[in-house]
Write a protein that binds this ligand. Structure first.
Ligand code: FES
Length: 573
């Protein structure tokens, strides 16, 4: 399908006046032949490469490969950088900056003579942030996920990025794990380019965008260093030029059906709880109605098919060899909207119809799943009036119904100061309550919800306890961890009123999170509650604090929700 619409870039390059001269002439200093300015679709290659984002360190090379494909198909590639978000390095948390990168991406696309966009992504937030920005402009857009690292091997077993981190304290406290062991594990865990090799948030995001139909089929699981990743990067470059000619915009692919598919797929692959806030924010930008309850309604009864850490035992490289996402899509066919369109112009059903599984211990059939129910459960109750979430597949089954005494930490600093005190009044039946780590509270809703257990309980052999907070959890983490409690404590949610010794009931089956304190007592506590001082007086963080929404709305800024299209009101004069 070809459309006769005038290219957007012609507004810049098509004129024979002074401004046409200005727009073309300066770009010519990079050595582009004249025909580049005469009717070629201009494709922006939005690069999240940075040496400070180790997971995206190879994307500089990938941009060249994508650009080769664009030029081959008759397009004019122009690469541009946006702020990059490196999960393991940035403080206080990359989530604080997700919305900033979305603004950077949105304005960079709209302000420039682009007809289509390729997003080069990898580390966790680099995918949702750039996609959110692209949605608010709504040009033809394709995503090239950078791919996972090769499997880590440590001594006689696999070492999964991120998932190993959560065992370090336990290993060190239990003895026998030396500084040399730590160094060796450190080196073994990250042995190639790419993002985390578990089904953590980066793999979840790559899976999500493929399930949404925004990548070429099969790309998300391919390791970063595999030559086939480069092939699909080049073909993605070719394809975006055709998408411009077909006017295949994001809004034609990102329908309600696509979002529902992404929720179902996330459950089946054991994806991260972080998908919730990102998918809600993306839906808000493109104008699709999506609610927190949809994740439970559509996803919580979906079986777990993929045996990957943190819910299972394998890593992304094994998953790729087993057949990758296409196998999962084929298995889930009866539960998906098979007609949903993807960037290659075919439906998700067509793209996965011939998939074959090569290892049934990595990808299980729907008829005989790894677990009968995965997905995300959405909890409600007086402790989470607007909702909270838990990932049952990563939790301890016997703790899914639990009543315990609250041990409260008012902040992360308070937690670090007291958690390992020998005289802390805590046992394995208690509920660890962490306040002040929500969107406004930290600020930025960090991944701290799965806080380590107290040292004295680890030494007793305790492996899991119920932990509740208004924060998030790394996609590589596990445990009976209730997250995203809304309203958060920093805005006076019931969480802010919990005191040591209160009884808390968690009942995942009945989707309930309850604080066993009378309404009268809660009203008294609320009357004495004081809002914390704003954590920033100026700059982006102040803007964020003034506008960030709660978790059940995706933690976007209220002023960013929606779409301003690709029109620019005024020319450069
Ligand atoms: Fe970058 Fe996990 S730290 S993907």
């Amino acid at each position: 399908m070809k459309n006769d619409k005038k290219l957007r870039s012609e507004e810049w390059f098509g004129g024979s006046d002074k401004m046409g001269f200005v727009h073309r002439s300066w770009l010519r200093n990079q050595g582009y032949p004249d025909d580049y300015f005469r009717g070629r679709p201009v494709i922006g290659v939005c690069n999240t490469w940075s040496e400070l984002t180790p997971c995206n360190g190879h994307l500089r090379d990938f941009a060249e490969i994508v650009k080769r494909g664009i030029a081959e198909a008759g397009g004019f590639p122009l690469e541009f950088p946006v702020m990059s978000l490196g999960e393991t390095i940035m403080r206080p948390t990359t989530m604080l900056f997700r919305n900033l990168v979305s603004m950077d991406t949105e304005e960079s696309i709209r302000a420039n003579p682009l007809d289509g966009v390729v997003l080069l992504t990898g580390c966790d937030k680099t995918t949702p942030s750039t996609l959110m920005g692209a949605c608010s402009v709504d040009l033809p857009t394709i995503i090239v996920p950078g791919g996972p690292m090769l499997n880590g091997r440590y001594k006689d077993g696999a070492i999964g990025s991120g998932s190993f981190n959560w065992m370090i304290k336990e290993k060190q406290k239990s003895g026998g794990f030396t500084d040399e062991d730590l160094l060796e594990a450190e080196i073994c865990a990250a042995r190639s380019s790419g993002h985390c090799n578990t089904m953590g948030t980066a793999s979840t995001m790559a899976t999500m965008v493929e399930a949404l139909g925004l990548t070429l089929p099969g790309i998300s699981a391919i390791p970063a260093v595999d030559a086939r990743k480069k092939v699909l990067a080049q073909v993605s470059g070719r394809r975006i030029v055709e998408m411009v000619r077909e006017d295949l915009k994001l809004s034609k692919i990102l329908t309600r059906a696509a979002f529902e598919n992404a929720i179902v797929v996330n459950a089946a692959v054991g994806g991260s709880t972080n998908l919730i806030v990102h998918l809600l924010a993306i839906a808000g930008r493109i104008g699709v109605e999506l609610k927190l309850e949809d994740f439970d309604r559509l996803g919580s009864r979906i079986p777990l098919l993929v045996n990957l850490m943190p819910s299972g035992k394998y890593l992304m490289e094994d998953y790729f060899y087993a057949g990758g996402l296409a196998v999962v899509l084929k298995e889930l066919a009866e539960l998906l909207h098979g007609d949903a369109l993807t960037v290659n112009g075919k439906s998700i059903r067509e793209n996965s119809a011939t998939a074959e599984c090569y290892n049934h211990d990595v990808i299980f059939p729907l008829a005989k799943p790894l677990k009968t129910e995965a997905g995300i459960a959405v909890l409600k109750g007086n402790l989470a009036e607007n909702g909270a979430v838990i990932k049952p597949s990563a939790a301890t089954p016997r703790l899914m119904k639990h009543r315990g005494r609250a041990v409260v930490f008012e902040s992360m600093e308070d937690y670090h100061e007291r958690i390992d005190n020998a005289d802390l009044d805590i046992d394995e039946t208690c509920v660890i309550v962490l306040k002040g780590v929500g969107p406004k509270g930290y600020p930025g809703m960090p991944e701290v919800g799965n806080v380590d257990l107290p040292e004295k309980l680890i030494l007793k052999g305790v492996k899991d306890m119920v932990r509740i907070s208004d924060g998030r959890m790394s996609g590589t983490a596990y445990g009976t961890v209730v997250l995203h409690i809304s309203p958060e404590s920093a805005v006076g949610g019931t969480l802010s009123l919990v005191q040591n010794g209160d009884l808390i009931e968690l009942d995942v089956e009945n989707r309930r999170l309850h604080l066993d304190v009378s309404p009268e007592e809660l009203a008294k506590r609320k009357a004495n509650w004081k809002a914390p001082e704003p954590l920033a007086a100026r700059g982006y963080v102040r803007l964020y604090l003034d506008h960030v929404e709660q978790a059940e709305k995706g933690a976007d800024l209220d002023i960013l929700v929606g779409n301003s299209g690709s029109e620019v009101a005024r020319d450069l004069h």
